[in-house]
Design a protein around this ligand. Structure first.
Ligand code: 5GP
Ligand code: MG
Ligand code: MG
Length: 187
C-alpha cells in the first residue's frame, strides 16, 4: 500500500482507495434517489467515519448538512465492550429531520443499534445507516443498514479512518492488521 513504514504491520489489503471511492459513488447515486425532495442531515461518528464522511459527502451531487457525534467503542483494544457512552453529542435538533448516520464499520452492531434507537427517540422523521464496512460474522444484534459499502471477513482492519491505538487512520485503503502488532501490545 502507500505508507512504506508500516508495511510489516499489514497482513493484507482488503480494499484499495480506488475500490472504496468507486463504491461510495454507487452509494451516493442510491442516496440521491432515495432522498429526492428531502433535506439530509449526515451524522458522522467520530473519529473513524471522518474519511467516509469526507468522501461520501463530496460524492453526493446535492446539498447536505453535517453534524458529528463521538461515542465510546473499543478504546485502544480490539474487542467490543458493548457499553456505549456519548462523548460528544450533536449540536442539531433532530425533530422531523431525515438523519443518515455515516459509519466506518459495523462489527458486533452494538454501537449502531444503540445509536439508531437513540437518535430515533429524539423525534427524527427517519434514521438510516450508511457504513463503509460490515463484518457479517461478528454481528451480535440485528442492525437495519440501508447502505453498506463492503462486507468483510471477521478480522481486525485498519486504514481509511480506522485505527489501532490511534495509528493507521491515514492509510488510504483498508488492510488487515497483522496479529503480531496487537499480540505484542497485549503482553
Ligand atoms: P461494534 O459496536 O459494531 O462492535 O463496533 C463499533 C466500533 O468499533 C466501530 O465503529 C469501530 O470504531 C470499532 N471497530 C470495530 N471493528 C473494528 C476493526 O476491525 N478495526 C478497527 N480499527 N475498529 C473496529
Ligand atoms: Mg466507528
Ligand atoms: Mg478505534
Amino acid at each position: 500500500m502507500d505508507l512504506k513504514d508500516i508495511e510489516q504491520d499489514l497482513a493484507g489489503v482488503l480494499h484499495t482507495e480506488e475500490e472504496l471511492h468507486a463504491r461510495l459513488e454507487e452509494l451516493a447515486r442510491e442516496i440521491e434517489r432515495d432522498y429526492e425532495g428531502r433535506s439530509i442531515l449526515l451524522v458522522g461518528v467520530l473519529r473513524g467515519a471522518v474519511m467516509v464522511m469526507a468522501d461520501l459527502s463530496r460524492a453526493l451531487r446535492r446539498d447536505v448538512e453535517m453534524d458529528w457525534m463521538a461515542v465510546s467503542s473499543y478504546g485502544s483494544g480490539t474487542t467490543s465492550s458493548g457499553v456505549v457512552r456519548i462523548l460528544k453529542d450533536l449540536d442539531t435538533d433532530l425533530t422531523d429531520r431525515d438523519v443518515l448516520i455515516v459509519e466506518d464499520i459495523i462489527d458486533s452492531g452494538l454501537t449502531l443499534s444503540w445509536l439508531q434507537a437513540n437518535l430515533r427517540s429524539r423525534g427524527a422523521a427517519s434514521v438510516e445507516i450508511c457504513t463503509m464496512l460490515r463484518k457479517p460474522d461478528a454481528l451480535k444484534v440485528e442492525v437495519d443498514v440501508r447502505y453498506c459499502g463492503f462486507d468483510i471477513p471477521n478480522d481486525f482492519v485498519i486504514g481509511y479512518g480506522l485505527d489501532y491505538a490511534e495509528r493507521y487512520r491515514n492509510l488510504r485503503g483498508v488492510a488487515v492488521l497483522a496479529p503480531h502488532v496487537y499480540a505484542s501490545a497485549d503482553d
